[in-house]
Ligand binder design. Structure first.
Ligand SMILES: [Zn+2]
Length: 503
């Protein structure tokens, strides 16, 4: 067995970890988008030219030069003859975050995705609701053909029938999951039948064990071949499923793992203070119970456990949580695959938008007509609701027109300067409507000569384990070889397990 970390080593995310079992068999652990690389080249409207297929990614060294990509994404002027041949049957996907899954769409269509039913349903929901970048062709997609004589421009014909990649579900799922996977997002076309098999049918022995993370459906993997390896993906203990992570550690120890590939996101974070999802529940509940006026809340839209936390706090305080249509779709996708978040106390606020309604939206509105409210419905009754407000829909404030209120920031801190500017803009909107901000405050930074956000209170729990918990995980599993990924601090691992750490 040979392990090559093509990406995701000295950065947070972008994991592309190749494992070759023998000369015919191999797989990747995750095939994600490396945001530290893509942020170097892309921002806002400066994005890759998708009609160029994989060309931009190859030119900018964003993907490994291997013969693993879809033929329909290779333009005629891109020479891939020097790309190395390696056997790849599958991507073992730890969870559906883009820094782990975001480049899967580029892979050859015979390369399977092995993931929990929850992750598969979420990936499909991302695609159904309009993620259009190439990497989001995770599950089904339309193959491209040249639209020019030279074959430099690759586009999917409008009426093409989509194809599915083979999917392997690592856990049990019932009919609602298969129903969701079959549901067509198109108004006038069906989706072909998806090809979903059980992970037991793979040509190598894989065990997927749920772990706790800030998106449902996360798993860690244990693969047994001539040696036994384990991959944690991203994990934590302080969410609502910490017991799952403990079970993963136990199983890995029992399996006698010789190589452990482990994340280390938080090992180097300074001033890292411990906040659990339970702390967040209490903080949000306390905040909601003290306020009479309009309430707005922000959280990461993939963090469905947080959505549940917020919905429960809203209900406890006699309010209805208003979310976006996309978020409802995602929640229903997750619920179809075994997640459980009640819709009781949740509704969708429809913003003023163009009259074009896409098929997935129409299906949703037909199936749940009582769940939708409009801005005029809520404008004069804001104290009955908690409104989900993020960076992209903050502009709806201009239509909602609140006069005062409270905004609770229950999401990650700003990482990097660009994100700090997003917070500045967000706080400008909130200030304009005299809305008090809870969870962060803007302070003047004399070194920078500008305002930047400082995060206060227990309104967010990280998706990752702390340094001490990572150390305990390594010590309990006690592998011969340790490969740290998803970390800026490999040195931290060398300091503790010097002889064992391999890159
Ligand atoms: Zn993650």
């Amino acid at each position: 067995m040979r392990i090559t970390v093509y990406d995701g080593k000295d950065c947070i995310g972008g994991n592309k970890i190749y494992v070759q079992i023998d000369d015919k068999t191999g797989f990747f652990f995750d095939f994600g988008n490396n945001f530290s690389t893509s942020d170097k080249y892309f921002h806002d409207y400066l994005v890759e030219r998708s009609v160029g297929g994989i060309n931009t990614y190859v030119e900018l060294d964003m993907i490994p030069k291997l013969n693993i990509y879809r033929a329909d994404l290779i333009p005629a002027d891109l020479d891939v003859s020097s790309f190395k041949n390696v056997p790849v049957q599958a991507v073992l996907l730890s969870h559906a975050h883009a820094d782990h899954a975001g480049m899967i769409g580029l892979l050859r269509e015979d390369i399977a995705v092995v993931a929990s039913p929850l992750s598969l349903a979420l990936l499909k929901s991302f695609k159904d609701t309009g993620q259009t970048y190439l990497g989001s062709d995770f599950t089904y997609f339309k193959q491209r053909i040249p639209s020019d004589d030279d074959g430099f421009v690759l586009e999917p014909p409008r009426n093409a029938t989509p194809v599915w990649r083979p999917l392997y579900a690592t856990g049990e799922a019932d009919d609602t999951f298969y129903e969701f996977m079959r549901a067509s997002p198109y108004a006038r076309a069906e989706l072909p039948e998806p090809d979903i098999r059980s992970a037991d049918e793979l040509p190598f022995d894989v065990k997927a064990i749920p772990v706790d993370h800030s998106i449902p459906g996360a798993v860690g993997f244990i693969v047994e071949a001539d040696e036994t390896i384990a991959y944690t993906g991203d994990f934590r203990f302080h969410g609502t499923h910490g017991g799952d992570t403990e079970r993963f550690i136990k199983e890995a120890k029992k399996a006698g793992v010789s190589t452990l590939i482990i994340e280390g996101t938080r090992v180097s974070r300074e001033n890292d203070h411990y906040v659990s999802e339970e702390d967040v529940q209490q903080a949000i509940n306390a905040e909601f119970s003290e306020r009479d006026g309009p309430l707005f809340v922000n959280f990461n839209g993939n963090d469905l456990d947080r959505l549940r936390t917020v919905a429960e706090a809203a209900k406890k305080n006699g309010r209805t949580l208003l979310i976006t249509e996309k978020l409802l779709y995602k929640l229903l996708a997750a619920n179809s695959a075994g997640y459980s978040c009640s819709l009781d106390g949740i509704k969708v606020l429809l913003p003023f938008a163009s009259s074009t309604v896409r098929a997935w939206q129409k299906n949703l509105r037909d199936a749940y007509p009582d769940l939708f409210v409009t801005i005029p419905d809520v404008r004069n009754r804001l104290e009955e609701y908690v409104i989900y407000l993020n960076y992209y829909n903050v502009k709806d404030l201009a239509d909602i027109r609140p006069d005062g209120g409270t905004y609770v920031h229950s999401a990650s801190e700003a990482f990097g300067e660009e994100q700090e500017f997003d917070f500045v803009r967000m706080s400008n909107w909130l200030k304009h409507y005299k809305i008090e901000i809870v969870g962060f405050e803007m302070r003047y930074d004399r070194m920078l000569g500008r305002e930047r956000p400082f995060f206060v209170g227990n309104f967010h729990a990280s998706g990752h384990a702390s340094a001490e918990e990572i150390a305990r995980t390594v010590d309990v599993i006690d592998p011969d070889r340790l490969i740290p990924v998803h970390t800026l601090e490999r040195g931290w691992f060398y300091e503790r397990w010097d002889g064992k750490v391999k890159s």
